[in-house]
Design a protein around this ligand. Structure first.
Ligand code: AHR
Length: 505
């Protein structure tokens, strides 16, 4: 069966810049994300540079990933950075009590992480330990990383082989302080965040964006408390700047039954739609946080950062339950498409987002199996969408689109966003219908356009995934389009994601 949808895009009506950091990533010391993921060690037969696995680096470089958050997550609030510097053989081991209760040998530490960022060509987002670390420890880490002179921490860094300071643009003040980061109340954490942020200095030419650990999903009271604390307190400013410059929130997608309750593949149609409806909640959540932030900060000086998002399914059979290794299907790709559209729409306030997590954990870009590497369906959404990074929003309106009843509400079956950059435009379409094709016509107004490239991502089933050693079942293919009289027409297969790249005149 075929349904139809109509939309209008005003190619000459631009809005806010879509911060490239919305396409950010997250690598935690969790399962096989770092060890047996990014980090294989210098002696591994798997091709690596200074211990960092090169096929992963190559795959991620193609995504132009703008930033990488590390070392957690929950792990961050147990991590003492001095355990991860100096000669590897003398670094102390610790227990990773959050994730699998395994022994962490600290072979991947500060220098290895910054080396990884260099190889990826990405900015570092270091998440400091506020839960179990001291203010001094956090202040020292910032100094170690970013100070150029003969200060004690800069000297220690040099003793460990790095002369130049690094640039670290993003700094996390703990993680999920309402839960694994210390089970704090909002008021208590707000005071702690101000205290820690005060001592995370800008050294030399490095300017930190300090990110306060924000709400669980739609907890607007948490956001309100942090906003009140940062904007209404006399004396909690650094010059003209707020003491922290961004507030985060986390939102994981499942089908409504809770994280870690259903399988990544082999789901029912009902579970499929329930998941996409749940993912679409991101729009409502962002609106809520933005409304609270606007009431304290109408000029939008404080950024909203969704530094953990993505699907959370049961672990794959036979894998360590603490390692969060899950399969990644077309459904996950559609979840990503829905999130990016929402992030693009709220580009005024959303300054960063980080998918959880990049390698072998949760909604990953790549999955590894020994020396083999698989690009997941979600990877392709990041690749197809990368032209939105630092582009300007375009005014895009859906005039007519099919919807499906899900849990007493209507779920629109088409999601869309568009942006423009460098005399070009990029349109993204996420089509959710499980078994119908969709005829889409888009009235392109305001400027001349021709299609440079159109691609579609789908699979032979909504739970299709790519497996190591097999031909990819889910990869982008060319999409047929026509563009006549300013009207772009195309047909989207069921459960598909598409991008149309335009040249504008
Ligand atoms: O991404 C996995 C975990 O989910 C993170 O460590 C934590 O912040 C969140 O609860």
């Amino acid at each position: 069966m075929t349904a139809s949808a109509r939309a209008v895009i005003d190619l000459d009506v631009t809005g806010h810049r879509i911060n490239r950091h919305i396409y950010g990533h997250f690598a935690e010391h969790l399962g096989r994300c770092i060890y047996d993921g990014f980090w294989v060690g210098e002696d591994s037969p798997i091709p690596n540079e200074r211990g960092i696995r090169l096929d992963i680096v190559d795959a991620l470089r193609a995504l132009d990933i703008p930033n990488l958050r590390w070392p957690g997550g929950c792990f961050a609030d147990t991590y003492h950075w001095k355990d991860g510097i100096g000669p590897r053989e003398s670094r102390p081991a610790i227990a990773n009590t959050h994730w699998g209760d395994v022994v962490e040998n600290n072979h991947f530490g500060t220098h290895e992480f910054m080396d990884l960022c260099d190889l990826l060509g990405t900015d570092a987002y270091v998440n400091g330990n506020l839960g179990s670390g001291t203010v001094q420890e956090m202040a020292d880490w910032v100094e170690y990383l970013t100070r150029d002179d003969d200060s004690p921490m800069a000297r220690l860094r040099r003793e460990n082989g790095r002369d130049e300071p690094w640039k670290v643009p993003f700094w996390g003040l703990g993680n999920e302080a309402w839960g694994c980061g210390g089970n704090m109340s909002a008021g208590h954490y707000a005071a702690e965040a101000r205290r820690y942020a005060t001592f995370c200095r800008d050294h030399g030419g490095n300017t930190l964006t300090r990110i306060a650990a924000g709400a669980n999903e739609g907890d607007l009271e948490w956001t309100r408390t942090l906003m009140k604390s940062v904007t209404e307190c006399a004396g909690c400013t650094m010059g003209a700047e707020p003491v922290y410059q961004a507030i985060s929130f986390h939102f994981y997608t499942h089908s409504g039954t809770g994280i870690n309750t259903e399988d990544a593949a082999g789901f029912t149609t009902e579970q499929y739609y329930a998941t996409l409806a749940y993912a679409s909640e991101i729009e409502r959540l962002i609106r809520g946080h933005v409304a609270v932030m606007d009431s304290y900060d109408p000029d939008g000086r404080i950024g909203l950062v969704c530094d953990e998002w993505g699907t959370w399914w049961n672990v794959e059979e036979g894998t360590n339950p603490g390692f969060l290794f899950q399969q990644n299907t077309v459904r996950d790709a559609l979840v990503a498409g829905i999130h990016f559209d929402a992030f693009h729409r709220h580009a005024r306030r959303i300054s960063m987002a980080n998918i959880a997590q990049t390698v072998n954990v949760l909604q990953a870009m790549v999955l590894t199996d020994g020396d083999r590497l698989v690009l997941t369906p979600t990877y392709h959404v990041f690749e197809m969408n990368k032209g939105h990074q630092d582009a300007s929003q375009l005014s895009a309106h859906l005039l007519e689109a099919p919807a499906a009843p899900v849990a007493g509400a209507e779920l629109p079956l088409l999601s869309m966003s568009a942006s423009t950059k460098d005399a070009g435009a990029l349109i993204s379409l996420t089509h959710l219908a499980v078994d119908e094709t969709l005829d889409v016509s888009i009235d392109l107004r305001g400027r001349g356009a021709h299609v440079r490239r159109a691609r579609v991502l789908t699979g032979d089933a909504p739970d299709a995934f790519n497996a190591p050693g097999e031909d990819a079942r889910v990869a982008p293919t060319p999409l047929e389009t026509t563009l006549e009289g300013g009207v772009l027409r195309l047909q989207m297969p069921p459960h598909s994601f598409a991008t149309i790249e335009l040249d504008l005149s």
